[in-house]
Ligand binder design. Structure first.
Ligand code: HEM
Length: 126
């Protein structure tokens, strides 16, 4: 599998923890994104995204053990995600990824995936 050892190659749990924690710091003060998150405490959402991305890139399968099949389009259906929301999500993620100290090849590989995934989760065009 192409992504099987990306997780370890970039530094494993510490690096994924740092990226997702930084992303949620940005979400917490983003006027577009913050109101979309149903819970007051962003901690549980942070953990779900961290476990999902860790698993996707070849880390532990804890996400599936806890949440089952990801079904990300279905799980995003309650939120209206148009170009504004997608751009806000990618802006927060860009900050987090750029600060993570990855090699250029790893940074590009991760970023290409995140852009593709964010586009694929759009469900509104207004
Ligand atoms: C959950 C917003 C893109 C992965 C959520 C939640 C919101 C949200 C509001 C609910 C928070 C929670 O309770 O977990 C958005 C927006 C996006 C976006 C506005 C912009 C395009 C993505 C992308 C990924 C992703 C690109 C994966 C690469 C997840 C995961 C969950 C989640 C794994 C938790 C699913 C579960 O319940 O197990 N997202 N998201 N999201 N999002 Fe996103």
């Amino acid at each position: 599998e192409q992504t099987a050892n990306f997780y370890e190659a970039v530094g494993g749990a510490d690096v994924f923890h740092r990226i997702i924690a930084r992303f949620y710091e940005e979400v917490a003060r983003d006027e577009v994104l913050r109101p979309l998150y149903p819970e007051e405490d962003l901690g549980p959402a942070e953990e779900r995204l961290r476990l999902f991305l860790s698993q996707y890139w070849g880390g532990p399968h804890t996400y599936s053990e806890q949440r089952g099949h990801p079904r990300l389009r279905m799980r995003h259906a309650p939120f209206s995600i148009g170009p504004i929301e997608r751009d806000a999500w990618l802006r927060c993620m860009r900050t987090a990824v750029d600060e993570a100290g990855l090699s250029e090849a790893h940074r590009r590989q991760l970023w290409n995936y995140l852009e593709m995934a964010a586009n694929s989760l759009m469900n509104s065009w207004t």
